[in-house]
Design a protein around this ligand. Structure first.
Ligand code: DAH
Length: 335
């Protein structure tokens, strides 16, 4: 009887380990654990044994029944887990899940690219405060008291003589105040204006450039900005310098590039002119040198400033500035 029981256990173990689906498991239950199963039949025979053998064999048979019932339940769980994709049913052939990976905002990317281009030409990257004194934002840049930019309507005032900077140009003054020429700096940052509609946001970004030394000419300004445009928009991009006015440069020029959309044919983006304005520039006005203690008889220099959102829109063909600030992942993921 004991040998029979051992044989039964061996067989049941083998059968159960081969079970791969619910039907086979049910067949196993019926055959070994069922009311008409082998173990029940075995138990019945225990009663026919001589009295002194009965307890031991009976105990062993009961033990085996409990053991097989346990293993049956375990197998049942495994099969269920496999169906619902639990650890036991891990399907290694399924495609992997890509971990979410952050990236730089398109505006940050353009700022970095502009800075990289000028850094290669020897410009040093500098920063300035967002909350700025009237002196640096307006006064020292030769912006007169009655200039519309100074109006409460156009500028965020923090106090009577403190503003949220309306452009990055005050950084020019802060740099010149601290060091004598030669200077060549590039200064990216946020700027603020009381302006909000489809094409304006109250905060946007600019990059300012300044170079002062002996014998710096308008030709140097043209060469530098031409090099920039060619690296930023491609070697075939035509550009032109158009006379303009800024209080802190004399002479001043705005730079246009050939329309990136219609290539100069004329379209809505370029208001049918074939040209797109991308930055303001000029030779630093001697008046500004007066505020920082540079000798205008010895030194000359140029400055320029550009709006980053505008550059990014033209470079990537984006027609809505608000897209940069909505944080829509479908938009941002494209860069
Ligand atoms: N600060 C000017 C603006 O916000 C842009 C600008 C024009 C900067 C001419 C310059 C410059 O440095 O020389 O519109």
């Amino acid at each position: 009887m004991k040998a029979q029981l051992a044989e039964l256990e061996k067989e049941a173990t083998r059968v159960l380990s081969a079970v791969a689906h619910g039907d086979a498991l049910e067949a196993f239950r019926v055959k070994y654990l069922g009311k008409k199963g082998l173990l029940t039949a075995f138990m019945k025979k225990v009663g026919t044994l001589p009295a002194h053998e009965r307890p031991e064999v009976g105990r062993k048979a009961n033990l085996l029944k409990r053991e097989l019932a346990d293993r049956f339940r375990k197998k049942q769980e495994d099969l269920a887990a496999r169906k619902t994709g639990g650890a036991a049913g891990l399907d290694v052939t399924l495609p992997g899940r890509e971990p979410a990976c952050g990236r730089l905002h398109p505006i940050t990317q353009v700022i970095l690219e502009v800075c990289r281009i000028f850094a290669r030409m020897g410009f040093r990257v500098v920063k300035g405060p967002n909350v700025e004194l009237d002196f640096y934002n307006f006064e020292a840049l030769n912006i007169p008291k009655d200039h519309p930019a100074r109006d409460m309507q156009d500028t965020f005032y923090v106090s009577d003589n403190t503003v949220l900077r309306t452009h990055t140009s005050p950084i020019q003054v802060r740099v010149m105040e601290k060091q004598q020429p030669p200077v060549s700096v590039i200064a990216p940052g946020k700027v603020y204006r009381r302006d909000s509609d489809v094409s304006h946001t109250p905060m946007f970004h600019q990059v300012e450039g300044l170079l002062v030394d002996k014998d710096v000419s308008f030709g140097d300004l043209k060469g530098t900005l031409t090099g920039f445009v060619h690296q930023m928009f491609g070697k075939d991009t035509a550009l032109r310098f158009r006379p303009s006015f800024f209080p802190f440069t004399e002479p001043s020029a705005e730079v246009d590039i050939r329309c990136v959309i219609c290539k100069g044919e004329g379209c809505r983006t370029c208001s049918h002119t074939g040209w797109l304005e991308i930055l303001g520039s000029g030779m630093v006005d001697p008046e500004v040198y007066g505020f920082v203690g540079y000798d205008p008889e010895v030194y000359t220099g140029f400055a320029f400033g550009m709006g980053i959102e505008r550059i990014a829109m033209l470079k990537y063909g984006i027609d809505d500035i608000q897209l940069f600030f909505r944080n829509d992942m479908r938009f941002l993921r494209q860069f």
